[in-house]
Design a protein around this ligand. Structure first.
Ligand SMILES: [Zn+2]
Length: 342
């Protein structure tokens, strides 16, 4: 199949199906906790391709490369910080080969996760150094055959800025998603609406914005409601986890069924999402059910928070419009004022 572009695919259909989990599917194939999945691009390219192929066969229109932790800071933990170009190039070319072998057009998205460092002024990583690391990764993903750069699991404005500007140097469309995994906010405190607003003023215009991972399918739909509210004009992406992680027989198991993920896909469409996929725990079996659901679904009105809870499970107080963190801060403030008066 000849190569397509994100624009072309988006104009051909109202929704696109992204792919499933990398980590949890690799664990099934023998990845050990603590191993760098990115080293499989060299050690087990056949397994990397098998997972890509299973997603394409299940109906994914977009597959993400095995390069989430493939920046120099994350690779340093595995003494591989000087192999950024090699590993990203390989990651993209393995996905490219599977995409090209499909009889449908499939896009290769170059996955770019966080550095794991904290940016200045709170931490030590400078904006320039961060930008440079992301640019280095982006260039190699492009060279290996990525169609799009896909920044994911970001939690701070600083890292979002560095990642988008670094990725922007490669000249490919850039998608940016954050993880809202802390009572409806990112670990660094951003709400979905904050994120939507921030994307308006980034130097690099994003081809898609959204959320990934987080705390389950229900919270994901509530999260994207916040993003689509702030940015009704944007192409919005949802890549939610396959239910909630549970510890079963010594390993982590995600409790989402194919039926739950199908319902999640329908609700995400109703919420205005154009690109829908799964994160941790999502297998080809779930994706197949999601694709069938999307194909048969006529989007309805935006779901209420109550409807989301009824169909998928509970959501955070923030999604209910109760900002517990702000209320706690305000009551701390009142307490300290009282103390000062006393
Ligand atoms: Zn995840």
């Amino acid at each position: 199949m000849s190569r397509t572009s994100l624009d072309e695919l988006l104009s051909s259909r109202d929704w696109l199906l992204a792919d499933g989990a990398t980590g949890t599917n690799y664990f099934q194939l023998g990845l050990m906790s603590g191993d760098a999945p990115e080293l499989w691009n060299i050690d087990h390219p056949d397994r990397v391709r098998t997972v890509h192929r299973s997603f394409i066969e299940a109906g994914s229109d977009i597959i993400l490369t095995n390069s989430f932790g493939c920046n120099r800071y994350r690779l340093k933990l595995h003494d591989a910080e000087d192999r950024v170009a090699e590993l990203n190039n390989l990651a993209a070319s393995l996905a490219r080969q599977e995409a090209d072998a499909s009889d449908r057009p499939v896009l290769v998205a170059g996955s770019m996760g966080p550095t794991g460092e904290i940016f200045e002024p709170v931490g030590t990583l400078s904006m320039d150094a961060g930008r440079e690391a992301f640019a280095e990764q982006a260039a190699a993903l492009k060279e290996g055959g990525a169609d799009v750069l896909w920044i994911e699991t970001i939690s701070s404005v600083e890292e979002l800025t560095a990642a988008t500007e670094g990725a922007g140097t490669a000249g490919l469309p850039v998608i940016g998603t954050m993880s809202f995994d802390t009572n409806g906010r990112t670990m660094m405190g951003l709400t979905p609406k904050d994120f939507g607003e921030i994307t308006r003023s980034l130097q690099v215009g994003l081809a898609g914005i959204g959320a990934n991972c987080g705390t389950g399918a229900s919270e994901m739909v509530a999260t994207v409601l916040g993003i689509t509210e702030a940015r009704p004009d944007a192409i919005v992406v949802a890549k939610g986890n396959c239910g909630i992680p549970k510890y079963v027989d010594g390993h982590i198991h995600y409790d989402g069924t194919p039926e739950l993920m199908a319902d999640y896909a329908r609700l995400a469409r109703d919420a205005g999402v154009r690109i829908i996929g799964g994160c941790c725990g999502t297998t080809a079996v779930h994706l197949k059910a999601m694709r069938a659901a999307l194909q048969a679904h006529t989007p309805g009105a935006k779901p209420s928070v109550e409807a989301i809870e009824q169909r998928l499970g509970s959501v955070s107080d923030l999604a209910h419009g109760r900002d517990v963190a702000a209320e706690a801060a305000a009551s701390d403030d009142r307490r300290s004022r009282r103390r000062r008066r006393a």
